[in-house]
Write a protein that binds this ligand. Structure first.
Ligand SMILES: Nc1ncnc2c1ncn2[C@@H]1O[C@H](COP(=O)(O)OP(=O)(O)OP(=O)(O)O)[C@@H](O)[C@H]1O
Ligand SMILES: [Mg+2]
Length: 505
């Protein structure tokens, strides 16, 4: 048992071959048994029919002449060596040496007192049971397999002959079963020789078939193995037949496609991130190099340090954004799930953005009439709303207006941030949620700390809250960003707390 546990299970080809062979062996056994028994039954039925026919033919030549049985040899079976005896049936079972009765005629005619009228010489060899002499008068015929003195088998048919309903004689006809048994025996031998041979052939055949069936899968495996991380443009070839292998190839190709996309995204992300990180570092270095080369006045030093500080702040923002996105990619970011008042959260963020709006000469309006409760992560949601309001202010020219609204419909809470700013051209709309995507990098560079990560962070936060975000925009007319989030249901609340939660103030 220990040894068996260490053995590897056989390969799928061997397993298939074993299963096929087992089923084939079972079928072969059943068909062999059926063939043999069918043939045996039909041979016996034919023999019995022939015996009955012969007995009837002999019976046609038998008549009763005033109590004496008169036999006319109609079939010619009685001519050859048959004798007329007046002994009782029991006397016939004596004497006789070994005689081959295979091709002999075995006929005996008896009168109603069981006295032999006619008997062929070989019939003496038979051990005829007394039951064959039709003990009861109702019994008209008897049929059975009997033995000779030297153990040979004989099929015997015994019938009563009547004349006008009165029994006059008994005819017994037999035939050796040696030939029939021999042919059945040789059939059995043939089956015993052919069947294992067919079984071995079947086993090889099934192994070959299983191996053939796996060729396309082997091909897929080879191609899949050749596709390495850098070679994700390659695809496995699709088979023509739309079978399981086709579906496997399709699944593999879809998987490689997804891998390719994420690999490309990853590469671009790393390239963009390093590029973005290089810029503030380069700015800081050039400013500090300048300060080291020449002596500056104290106010100049202060300006320089302020610039270095602002670049360092930009660097800090960028690093924390990158970290958040990297966590999002790894699905490692942890989101709180607490009930919170969305209307109040938006009010707080908008109040903080007032200063920035005023700096840019923009009016900021907030409409949060109804209390709205959702389940979510407060700090992440603040980050998301702040990004949207910052964008609205940054991309709106002085004198414009930014409106922030919250409302709820059925099971959805909505945050709408609308501005009258520069808008976004249709060709850029599908890309603005991508990482590092900026419509006009030159413009934002002069505006301040822009990295093109803001909206991708907003989208990530919204989707992590099972929400959606969409944008409508017209260049020159302004943009509207709408966030839809699921409202907290009473069940949500109950799951989180045992009592009714009190919204945070
Ligand atoms: N309200 C808006 N009006 C016009 N353009 C916008 C607006 N919001 C975003 N955009 C465009 O979409 C781009 C992507 O915005 P996103 O917030 O992701 O990046 P960003 O603002 O450039 O940088 P940051 O990472 O600092 O937010 C912006 O560069 C800008 O061109
Ligand atoms: Mg932004």
């Amino acid at each position: 048992m220990k040894l068996l546990r260490h053995l590897h299970p056989p390969g799928i080809r061997i397993q298939l071959m074993l299963w096929y062979t087992m089923v084939f062996a079972l079928l072969l056994l059943c068909s062999d048994a059926l063939l043999y028994t069918q043939l045996q039954t039909s041979q016996f039925t034919n023999l019995d029919k022939a015996l009955r026919l012969e007995a009837n033919q002999i019976a046609a030549g038998i008549s009763n002449d005033a109590g004496t049985v008169v036999v006319q040899d109609v079939t010619g079976d009685l001519l050859d060596g048959s004798v007329t005896e007046n002994s009782s049936a029991s006397n016939t079972q004596q004497g006789g040496s070994h005689v081959d009765i295979t091709f002999s005629t075995l006929v005996r005619i008896l009168d109603t007192h069981n006295r032999i009228v006619r008997i062929t010489p070989q019939f003496h060899m038979l051990l005829v049971p007394s039951t064959s002499l039709l003990l009861s008068s109702q019994q008209k015929e008897w049929q059975g397999t009997i033995q000779t003195r030297d153990g040979q088998q004989v099929r015997l048919y015994s019938m009563m002959i009547t004349e006008n309903g009165v029994p006059i004689a008994i005819v017994q006809v037999g035939e050796s079963l040696t030939q029939l048994n021999n042919s059945l025996h040789s059939l059995l031998l043939e089956l015993l020789v052919i069947s294992p041979f067919a079984l071995v052939l079947g086993a090889f055949g099934s192994y070959w078939l299983a191996a053939r069936a796996f060729i396309p899968i082997d091909r897929l495996t080879r191609t899949a193995r050749q596709i390495e991380a850098g070679d994700l443009q390659r695809r496995v070839s699709m088979p023509k037949a739309r079978d399981e292998v086709y579906r496997l190839a399709q699944t593999l190709n879809e998987m490689i496609e997804r891998l390719d996309q994420s690999f490309t995204r990853q590469q671009r992300f790393v390239a963009d991130a390093s590029h973005e990180l290089r810029t503030p570092v380069a700015v800081i270095r050039s400013m500090t190099d300048l300060a080291l080369l020449q002596e500056l006045s104290p106010p100049e030093y202060i300006t320089l340090l302020e610039n270095v500080n602002s670049e360092a702040e930009r660097l800090g923002h960028l690093i924390s954004d990158l970290l958040a996105l990297a966590r999002a990619d790894e699905n490692k970011a942890i989101f709180e799930e607490e009930p919170l008042r969305l209307d109040e959260l938006v009010n707080v963020v908008a109040a903080n953005a007032e200063v920035l709006a005023a700096e840019h000469g923009i009016t900021l309006e907030v409409h949060t009439k109804q209390p709205i409760i959702i389940l979510g992560d407060e700090s992440r949601l603040i980050q998301a709303v702040m990004n949207l309001i910052d964008n609205a202010i940054l991309y709106t020219n002085s004198g414009g207006a930014v409106t922030v609204r919250t409302r709820h419909e059925a099971t959805i809470a909505q945050i709408v941030v609308q501005d009258t700013g520069i808008g976004i051209a249709a060709e850029h709309l599908p890309h603005i949620f991508e990482r590092f995507y900026r419509v006009d990098p030159a413009r934002v560079r002069t505006e301040g700390n822009s990295s093109g990560l803001g909206l991708s962070l907003v989208k990530w936060v919204v989707e992590a809250h099972h929400g959606t975000i969409h944008v409508e925009s017209q260049p020159g007319c302004g943009s509207t960003f709408t966030i839809n989030l699921p409202l907290a249901t009473p069940q949500d609340m109950q799951e989180l707390f045992s009592g009714i939660p009190t919204p945070r103030q």
